[in-house]
Design a protein around this ligand. Structure first.
Ligand code: SF4
Length: 692
């Protein structure tokens, strides 16, 4: 068999890319990974996959991988390779020295949405039990933190309501600020299947995304709104529901609270489709028709992406969608609900595991005495009852000198976070930056210690996908670095004087289950038996929970919240007359650290700027020209593409390539509740690059 080049063994594991969480059989010949075969029994994908999960795994053996720890005194010095012992004892000593000199709160950590639940849990434990503060945040801060806030306020928990299968029972799909064909391809296939069977589609997006009109699928309504006006549109849809007698009164009376106040608010004439037409650019008649379809077309489900969350009113919009779903009774059964399409493989899990500075695992606020006591007893140390620093606060505090040391796990904040110049200034101001990653990424350029990370093929643990499904990540090979990431975190904790030890990743999951009510029934043994399970999984729901809020909301009654539309302060001006919105493309993934090191790079070798033909023509720009893209905070150069799908006055790019560094132009504006950056609205100018 070996002579024929055929695989000799296989391991079932989970894709390391998007939040669909597809299961694969990794097939090996000896220790060499031959291919990834979509797993037919995978709960999320049932044998389907996309081009990233199937083919883009070569980065794990790329020569750029950092395989041994590195250190340097200053970022001007060259790296020197050191032993694990030296790297860990230096890191621990410097963290303690900095705390002694500048206070307990002067250090912190950022976790990743690409590492396992167990790895994330270990980092937040190190911060709370060893650093003695709550200065832990996750890269979900810059994508779905408004989902966490908005769904908790309205429904009581920070997660999507449905399993993916549920879409097969939807009669109407309201797709907001998401392009699943590129971002969540396997779920997009499920959605398209249902649409081909006759379900109706409403798309709310400034761009004419593929699903608006593609073979066999045509949206009933495309509400092509102006960027930044989501809340005005969703309020206008709710206004139609309320003023045209389309409220599900029985559902609202039995299951919700705050309806009467909200009804009076939303019925106000300022929320009518006619009143907001000029602001949103959506024709009032089209908006009314879409609202009627959503309210009366049968089971209506909302699916949404970062086009909802990455706004100054991201949290408001999440609550606005929840209001709409509750008012029409579209919660708590198959085919309905409010569902975030999570970008990264473990965004849901990193949030579940307590890596927000205000929440312990399971979304319990650090001020809750009962929740803190569980950890204080188990960990034998007090837990601070005040929230710690969010990522943007860490940057600001680094610049003002009160925050001095940062541990970053699997996250390239120097490329992914907005206003690159500000981020670079913050990182350069730190006394100690420790980066744990597969590669020497943009953030590592500012680091003093670079600790090698493990690829998904080397990890042992779990990822939690966008439908709350906990999937096993099984090691296909031993860590090429000699250590699991959770082991490194434990060793730093021990070197700082705190006894933190696990024999294996399943012991960490056992601790998670012991301390987190929604995970009480989860263990590696159980997952190996049943394949995967959707939380809550506990005594009340031993088989897990595919659909949430069936008999009652997690918070008891669903809560209507008044969602006043407040325009973003980012405005187009004479100097910056266009609005830039950013996103992703199918073949690439986030900052591209993984996909740029696979054959996928050939499909999208550079970031492109999409421009409407009119905007290109008035600037003398032809398809393929290099252009300068500038905003009030920065400037970069990239290639222009003339795209009919863009509306006049709006342009679009991706942020997969550091050479473009699209976040050089994005600003400090962020969501009022969570500080999620406003990546989707930046006033810019575009001109032919001077060198042409
Ligand atoms: Fe991986 Fe997402 Fe593609 Fe599935 S859809 S194979 S999880 S990238």
């Amino acid at each position: 068999v070996i002579e024929l080049g055929m695989p000799t063994r296989s391991v079932v594991t989970t894709c390391a890319y998007c939040g669909v969480g597809c299961s694969f059989k990794a097939e090996l010949r000896g220790d060499e990974l031959v291919r990834m075969v979509p797993y037919k029994d995978g709960g999320a994908n049932e044998g389907h996959s996309c081009v990233k999960g199937r083919f883009a795994f070569g980065y794990a053996s790329h020569p750029d991988r950092v395989l041994a720890p590195r250190m340097r005194e200053s970022i001007a010095d060259p790296w020197r390779e050191v032993s694990w012992e030296e790297a860990i004892s230096f890191t621990a000593r410097r963290l303690r020295e900095i705390q002694a000199a500048h206070g307990t709160s002067s250090i912190g950590a950022i976790t990743s949405s690409r590492t396992t639940n167990e790895e994330v849990y270990a980092v937040q434990k190190m911060v709370r039990a060893v650093f003695g503060n709550n200065n832990v945040d996750t890269c979900a801060r810059v994508c779905h933190s408004p989902t966490g806030y908005g769904l908790k306020q309205t429904f009581g928990t920070s997660a999507g309501t449905q399993d993916f299968k549920s879409v097969a029972k939807s009669d109407v799909i309201l797709l907001i600020g998401a392009n699943p064909t590129d971002g969540h391809p396997v779920f997009a296939s499920r959605m398209k299947r249902r649409l081909r069977q006759g379900a109706e589609l409403i798309v709310l997006d400034p761009r004419r995304i593929d699903l608006v009109r593609s073979p066999h699928v045509e949206a009933a309504h495309h509400l092509q709104l102006a960027p930044g006006t989501n809340v005005a549109v969703v309020n206008a849809m709710a206004h139609v529901v309320v003023t045209e007698g389309l409220v599900d009164r029985e559902f609202v009376e039995a299951r919700c609270e705050g309806f009467e106040e909200w009804e009076a608010f939303i019925a106000g004439p300022e929320h009518s489709p006619e009143a907001v037409e000029e602001i949103t650019g959506v024709p009032a008649a089209e908006l009314r028709a879409a609202a009627r379809l959503y309210a009366t077309g049968g089971n209506a489900a909302i699916y949404y992406g970062l086009g909802v969350t990455e706004h100054s009113q991201g949290s408001t919009m999440v609550m606005g969608m929840a209001n709409l779903a509750m008012a029409t009774g579209n919660i708590g059964r198959d085919g309905v609900g409010v569902n975030p399409l999570r970008g990264q493989n473990n965004v849901q899990g990193s949030c579940d595991m307590g890596s927000f500075p205000h929440e312990l695992p399971g979304y319990r606020h650090v001020s809750e005495d009962g929740a803190r006591e569980i950890y204080e007893q188990l960990w034998g140390t007090p837990i601070l009852d005040e929230p710690g620093l969010r990522i943007p606060n860490m940057f600001d505090s680094a610049i003002d000198g009160s925050f001095r040391a940062l541990f970053v796990q699997g996250e390239d904040i120097a490329q992914s976070d907005p206003n690159t110049q500000h981020v670079h200034a913050a990182l350069a101001a730190l006394e100690l930056l420790v980066v744990q990653d597969l590669f020497e990424n943009e953030t590592a350029k500012f680091a003093h210690v670079l600790l090698p990370g493990t690829s998904f093929l080397e990890k042992d643990g779990t990822f939690t996908n966008a439908e709350r499904r906990i999937n096993r990540v099984r090691p296909v090979m031993a860590p090429k670095t000699g250590k699991h990431e959770w082991q490194i975190v434990c060793e730093i904790a021990q070197a700082m004087g705190y006894p933190m030890h696990y024999d294996s990743a399943d012991q960490i999951m056992d601790e998670i289950a012991l301390t987190t009510p929604t995970f009480a029934g989860v263990s590696f043994d159980h997952l190996d038996k049943v394949g995967s399970v959707q939380w809550p999984c506990n005594e009340k729901a031993p088989e897990g929970t595919p659909i949430m809020h069936v008999d009652g909301f997690v918070r008891g009654k669903g809560r209507f919240v008044e969602t006043t539309y407040v325009p973003t302060r980012e405005r187009s001006t004479r100097k910056f007359p266009l609005i830039l919105t950013t996103g992703r493309i199918l073949s690439q993934y986030n900052v591209g650290a993984q996909t740029r090191r696979t054959a996928n790079v050939a499909w999208h070798p550079e970031d492109l700027l999409e421009l409407h033909p009119h905007d290109a023509e008035v600037r003398g720009i032809a398809d393929g020209d290099m252009v300068a893209l500038s905003s009030r905070v920065g400037r970069t150069t990239l290639r222009a593409v003339i795209a009919e799908r863009m509306p006049v006055g709006v342009c679009y790019t991706t942020f997969h390539h550091p050479v473009t560094g699209a976040n050089v132009v994005t600003t400090e504006n962020s969501d009022w509740a969570t500080n999620c950056p406003e990546y989707k609205v930046t006033a810019v100018q575009v001109a032919l690059a001077p060198e042409q």
